[in-house]
Design a protein around this ligand. Sequence first.
Ligand SMILES: [Fe+2]
Length: 430
Amino acid sequence: MDRVTASVEHVEVAVTDLHLGMYVSELDIPWLESPFLFQGFVIESNEQLQQLKEVCRKVKVDMRRSGERPVTDWEHVEEEDYEVAVEHELRAANGVRHSAHLLIQNIFRQIERGKGIDGDAVRAAVNDTVSSVMRNPDALVLLTQIKNKDNYTAEHCMNVSVLTAAFARFLDKPRQEIEEAAYCALLHDIGKIRVPDAVLNKRGRFNREELVLMQSHTERGRDVLLASPSVLKTAVDVALAHHERIDGAGYPYALPREVIPYYARLVAVTDAYDAITSARCYQGARSSFDALQLMYKDRDTQFEASLVERYIEFMGVYPPGSIVEMSNGEVGIVLSVYPRYKLEPRVLLVLNRYKEPTQERIVDLRHNAVDSTGHPYRIESTHANGSLGIDVRHYLKKGLSQSGVFGAEPSVSWRAEACSSHRPASDADF
Ligand SMILES: [Fe+2]
């Protein structure tokens, strides 16, 4: 075999030397530009071999997963551990989210009454959000997957704030900057309160007048925030500039890149991600993978390329809350992700191979979980939130009401419920 270079467990191999059964862990082109859905996969067909030869010159093969395991202390590589496990953070995160929701609703009411925003209350809510994100970002990120179409603007503001905090944490920003970024994100779309609902919720294309009204939410946001002296001035800038584009074709001022504030460039990324993965009155929710792919295409035009690239790295292929289908047809929800092993998350299985509700259980792909036939679980594809009738909120609610289950070890049963529907009994708490 013509190995180009050899590292610990990943070996660079010329595509002409690949054969069936090898686990390809890395391509020599960006994975989003390749025909392969995932960066890590076993070569199972000659067609895949041919595809690899057509698009790559060399790839990295994970020998450990290809059955040619070298002697290595790889298993002892330290994994970054969060302060608490996602199961233990979820309850606190749910409380944080609930408080932030009440705050946003209160802000909307105050603005409608012509009153100002209490900047200190915003700071306190953001502080709680960031504390949860610092303990374990997966819990709040998981809750961003709970979407409620009727309350889109409020939820979108909360989600963008959480995603911004978690992303800033990933970027290793100091806590003060994480809080400031999350604060700006929470208020970025506040100007929408001044845009008529008929325009906000329109299903078809905007006419010229409606488009101008919709885009005016940036300047209206600036005006609303400027009228509240206790609000952070950076938030005013972000409300005004989060739709500016790196190529200078954004609105409201078509600013060139160097003039767009950093937090506005950051929030532009998290804003787009949450919008694309949410179901709207005019379009359905897209999967996380689709969202990242769309954003990657717009790097250097709409978004700052380096931020999009880091965001893709941050989210990984299976962010918490993703609906994933296994190679054996079973379907589950990603609960948490190992920071260094993002292709091997912990998954709550909820549907059997016939896509029927089944007794829920947690499987840990990082620790070689196998199905009833003894085959290792492997993720085959992802689905958009709400697909296959799965409502993530239903299962989270069930988990939260079963502290014993959330506190239990992986692979124990997630108590089954005599219920054939995936719909939640009520929307309370979410
Ligand atoms: Fe916006």
